[in-house]
Design a protein around this ligand. Structure first.
Ligand SMILES: Nc1ncnc2c1ncn2[C@@H]1O[C@H](COP(=O)(O)OP(=O)(O)OP(=O)(O)O)[C@@H](O)[C@H]1O
Length: 282
């Protein structure tokens, strides 16, 4: 399998601060990979190295066959799409005029603008100036800018952070469509529901190190407690170990009229993160 992104033993030092301490991952075509970690864990640094904004201190990286020395070349930059809080728009220009500028830069057909604006639900707002848009609308224009040239790989740094639910779900929809078309996507997020929904694989990054790597489901299964959670109709709750000694007790509870719900303790990805790192993902 030819990997679209191949990162091995990646290190980044800022002076004495060791921000990335040898992380590695390989992404297949059409894979959505989520870098999850608290503030300061190294997510943005990883993306900035992959888009040529920062130089690595050690390790090797290849994206679409390009080595890290080529990440500032146009041949590379025209094959990737970037959405981050460093992505900018011209405030005093309209949505449409902003996209015209980027369209010329990418040398894509004019009809692309209407298509991407319709995709993100902003076609009717195309004549508005960017300065008059809401945060969610601006983010969708930035997404248009990032996808208009049909990049093979997308890098998204917290694409839905602090956005309303409707914009978030629109962005998710578009990312799912891009994935279905074979686009490889690397995203960072604090949002564990987002990661569980979108990502084929995730890495739990903590202080520049991958503490775990795998599918969201495999990580949730790995950290599953062997306990059953019982909720009674009167509001009481109980946790019972699932073992041979409790076999009859659990069987009785299944037909107990006072029981509202019995569920297995299956941790969310956020709970997995706390178990793995001993701290909240904030
Ligand atoms: N240009 C820089 N110069 C010096 N230190 C930096 C620089 N960029 C990042 N760092 C440091 O590297 C570490 C990782 O930062 P990074 O921005 O990658 O974290 P992050 O996981 O993206 O956090 P957040 O979720 O808050 O965006 C932090 O300790 C940060 O202070």
């Amino acid at each position: 399998m030819n990997h679209v992104i191949n990162v091995s033993q990646l290190e980044k030092k800022f002076g004495k601060h060791h921000a990335l301490k040898g992380i590695g991952f390989k992404l297949e075509p059409g894979e959505v990979f989520g870098l999850l970690g608290p503030s300061g864990s190294g997510k943005t640094t990883t993306i900035r190295i992959l888009i040529g904004e920062l130089k690595k201190s050690g390790g090797s990286i290849e994206v679409l066959g390009f080595g890290s020395k080529e990440f500032t070349k146009n041949e590379y930059l025209t094959q990737i799409g970037i959405l981050s809080d460093r992505s900018a728009l011209y405030d005093r220009l309209t949505v449409q005029d902003n996209l015209q500028l980027f369209r010329r830069l990418y040398q894509v057909e004019e009809s692309v603008i209407d298509r991407v604006l319709k995709d993100v639900g902003l076609y009717n707002d195309r004549k508005k100036k960017v300065k008059d848009l809401s945060k969610g609308m601006k983010q969708r224009v930035l997404l248009c800018k990032a996808i208009m040239h049909k990049p093979k790989v997308m890098f998204l740094d917290e694409p839905t952070s602090a956005l309303d639910p409707a914009t978030t779900s629109k962005i998710h929809e578009i990312l799912e469509e891009l994935k279905a078309q074979g686009t490889t996507i690397l995203l960072t997020t604090h949002d564990m529901e987002e990661a569980t929904k979108l990502c084929d694989n995730v890495a739990l990054l903590d202080d520049g190190v991958f503490k775990e790597y795998g599918t969201p489901e495999s990580l949730r299964l790995k950290y599953k407690e062997d306990t059953m959670h019982v909720m009674y109709k009167d509001g009481k709750e109980e946790t019972i170990k699932r073992n041979v000694e409790n076999k009859e007790r659990l069987a009785d509870l299944m037909v107990d009229e006072n029981v509202l719900k019995i569920s297995s303790d299956y941790p969310s990805l956020g709970e997995v993160f706390i178990k793995v790192t001993g701290r909240e993902l904030v």
